[in-house]
Design a binder for this molecule. Structure first.
Ligand SMILES: N[C@@H](CCC[C@H](N)C(=O)O)C(=O)O
Length: 276
């Protein structure tokens, strides 16, 4: 079968996007892993699929697969690319879209400046909803990693995140601690590990070791989780520019019970066909 795909990125977090409304295919995890390979495949951090919704109020169903083949609940940079993709492919002409994800509904707004704002939903902080093993909800938790006790925030943006404050992202132990946090037994579904430097009340720097991928150039849900953790700790005001290795995102969060709004770019790189 000849499969049409589009390669896109949001701040260097890159995607293969498939229209599964006009093409019918179901990829197995080993096929996704092969396509994600940067030497033997197309190369990407996540595969995104555009599908017919299963709920009446959604315009599309948005599914996300990590490079390791696992299906996940949410992807923020991917959501912005999703909005641009469905427009470019003329699957809709709406500028406000509601999409269904495994982590809950998202609202995507295409701005006239070529940016996309995503209503990322209300962050979940209850340990069992993250999921994270802890007796009670807290702003931060001690986590034993590699013989040290780290203090981390635990936040679900539909998908699970642990956030660790560090002094300087340039020297953060992302490669050393990232895999150990990702696979920590207190996170039964594994976790994305964010390393946050607080620059000011309106600016942060972040690197993320993503579950099922490794360190990426940007993580949208990771940026939202870091914003939430930083605000709960009293380090941030309600609007923050988060700098990631691939560029920056604008974030807004009014506090508990409110959704996180994320604004940033989405770029198409090329289109192609491949034989499956
Ligand atoms: N890059 C993403 C997050 C993708 C999913 C993540 N790796 C997970 O396993 O939850 C983003 O921009 O949010």
């Amino acid at each position: 079968m000849l499969l049409h795909f589009t390669k896109m990125h949001g701040l260097g977090n890159d995607f293969m996007v498939l229209d599964l409304i006009s093409q019918k295919v179901r990829l197995r995890p080993e096929q996704i892993r092969r396509l994600a390979d940067r030497h033997f495949g197309v190369g990407f951090d996540q595969l995104l699929t555009v599908e017919v919704p299963t709920t009446p109020d959604a315009d599309f169903r948005y599914r996300i697969y990590n490079a390791d083949g696992s299906e996940v609940e949410n992807c923020g940079n991917g959501a912005r690319c999703f909005a641009v993709f469905v427009h470019d492919r003329k699957l809709t002409n709406k500028n406000r879209l509601q999409v269904e994800t495994a982590g809950g509904p998202l609202i995507l707004l295409i701005n006239d400046k070529g940016l996309v704002t995503v209503d990322m939903g209300v962050p979940r902080l209850q340990p069992d909803l993250i999921p994270f093993a802890a007796e009670h909800q807290a702003i931060s938790y001690p986590l034993e990693v590699a013989g040290q006790s780290l203090e981390v925030g635990a936040v679900s943006m539909g998908n699970p995140h642990a956030v660790l404050r560090i002094d300087d992202v340039a020297h953060a132990p992302v490669a050393e601690l990232g895999p150990q946090i990702e696979n920590h037994p207190r996170f039964p579904k594994r976790v994305n590990a964010g390393f946050l430097q607080v620059v000011s009340r309106n600016q942060g720097r972040l690197r993320v070791f993503e579950r099922g991928v490794g360190e990426t150039l940007a993580c949208g849900t990771g940026a939202c989780a870091a914003m939430v953790y930083g605000r709960l700790q009293g380090w941030f005001d309600s609007r923050v520019e988060m700098q990631l290795p691939g560029g920056h995102l604008q974030l807004e969060w009014q506090g508990e019970g409110h959704p996180v709004m994320m604004t940033g770019p989405a770029q198409k790189v090329f289109e192609g066909h491949l034989h499956l």
